[in-house]
Write a protein that binds this ligand. Structure first.
Ligand SMILES: Cc1cc2nc3c(=O)[nH]c(=O)nc-3n(C[C@H](O)[C@H](O)[C@H](O)COP(=O)(O)OP(=O)(O)OC[C@H]3O[C@@H](n4cnc5c(N)ncnc54)[C@H](O)[C@@H]3O)c2cc1C
Length: 377
């Protein structure tokens, strides 16, 4: 039985590693759109972007471990179509296998308009290298986006000593995800570190001079001057290549509880959406990429494992580490379960009286202990 994994990153690679660990010795091909061997994305907005890490340190397995997997890595050649279990690539390759795993992640949203110098998104290693290069000479940076990635990029640019403005529609960063209390603390953190916040106003466009970005236009008529602009307005599942495949595509590749999208076709990581509790869920975080890929590998080998994770993500901003277990939401009741907001704490998010999320603010050990509430729930 052969396996073809489309997407050579966290979820794709973990699927291969898990298959081999479980004793699968049949041929595996891994198809990747980028030329780089598998690398990790979380450092791209943090250690790599600020220059503390070089490219080699972002690599997922070292070279020797990658070759020990005895998988055929076909890189720099994106899949353009899937027909049954046959994939066609941009260069015209045709690859067939008994099992196909879709792990193509996300594509960042962009603002409408032309490509401009100084205008960036951040998803890939090449994106990060280009942004890092521009930040070295930047005079004024505007980050468009008040979500996790926008916050991390703003924090890193401040770490580099640059004047930074964060613009976005929410009243406080991450309000929609973590609610006003934690969002308010994040706003305070960023302000105290020197980030200028222009929140609560939509961004309507960009200004440019001679092909270079010169500012960000806000709905209230103001223009924020900038020579480097990073757009961090979220990302959409990379499923354009699956058009015509017959798979159900709806905000991701829709799977069953076993991460199966069709007979012999699985999906894992940011691109996958599957039934979880009372709805279809898609997660965009590093831990999910690993855990879902482990489940997919098990199911390829015939273990019927439903995928039932306790979602988890972390974010590092300045010297603050925020860890989130479960599914908090803006409308949940938030209480401080341990510690205090002036320093470090663990918060519980409750809906209908039930704890649905645990958030730790610089409290890794305590947060892990509180996660137990979700396990029992
Ligand atoms: C800058 C940044 C920082 C992050 N920081 C954190 C963090 O602090 N904490 C956290 O929990 N999560 C973080 N994340 C999210 C985390 O990195 C992702 O959830 C994780 O990478 C998802 O893995 P994946 O394999 O599903 O998708 P991806 O890592 O996106 O990999 C998809 C791969 O598929 C390839 N591909 C796309 N289309 C095709 C095609 N047609 N054919 C072949 N290959 C294709 C892509 O080139 C890519 O290599 C961060 C993400 C980014 C971008």
């Amino acid at each position: 039985m052969s396996v073809l994994v489309v997407g050579a990153s966290a979820a794709g690679l973990t699927t291969v590693e898990a298959l081999r660990r479980k004793g699968f010795r049949e041929p595996i091909t891994v198809l990747g759109a980028e030329w780089h061997p598998p690398y990790d994305r979380p450092p791209l907005s943090k250690q790599f972007l600020c220059g503390d890490w070089d490219e080699a340190r972002t690599r997922l397995p070292p070279e020797a471990m990658l070759s020990a997997l005895e998988a055929d890595f076909v890189l720099g050649d994106p899949a353009v179509a899937l027909d049954g279990r046959t994939v066609r690539t941009a260069s015209g390759r045709v690859l067939s296998a008994d099992t196909v795993v879709i792990a193509t992640g996300l594509t960042p949203r962009r603002l409408p308009g032309p490509e401009l110098e100084g205008l960036h998104v951040l998803r890939t290693l090449d994106d990060a290298a280009a942004l890092r290069k521009d930040l070295v000479e930047a005079q004024r940076v505007v980050v468009v986006g008040d979500g996790v990635l926008g916050c991390e990029i703003a924090a890193t640019a401040r770490k580099l000593g640059l004047p930074v403005t964060m613009a976005g529609p929410q009243a406080v960063p991450l309000e929609g995800q973590l609610g006003p209390m934690v969002g308010g603390l994040l706003a305070e953190l960023h302000r105290s570190e020197g980030v200028e916040l222009r929140l609560g106003t939509a961004v309507t466009g960009l200004t440019d001079v001679d092909g270079r970005v010169s500012g960000v236009q806000l709905a209230d008529g103001d223009v924020l001057p900038a020579d480097v602009v990073v757009v961090a307005l979220g990302a959409v599942p990379t499923t354009d290549w699956l058009e015509g495949s017959g798979l159900r595509i709806d905000n991701g590749v829709v799977c069953d509880a076993y991460c199966r999208a069709a007979d012999g076709v699985y999906a894992a990581g940011d691109v996958a959406r599957w039934p979880h509790e009372d709805s279809l869920l898609r997660l965009e975080n590093r831990t999910n990429a690993t855990e879902q890929a482990l489940c997919v590998a098990a199911n390829i080998l015939g273990e019927t494992q439903p995928y039932r994770p306790i979602p988890y993500f972390w974010t590092d901003q300045f010297s603050t580490k925020i860890q989130v277990h479960g599914r908090p939401s803006a409308d949940a009741d938030v209480t401080i379960a341990e510690g205090n907001v002036a320093d470090r704490f663990v918060a519980h998010y409750r809906r209908d009286g039930r704890i649905v999320g645990v958030l730790g603010w610089n409290a890794p050990k305590q947060t892990r202990q509180h996660r137990e509430h979700l396990v029992q729930a």
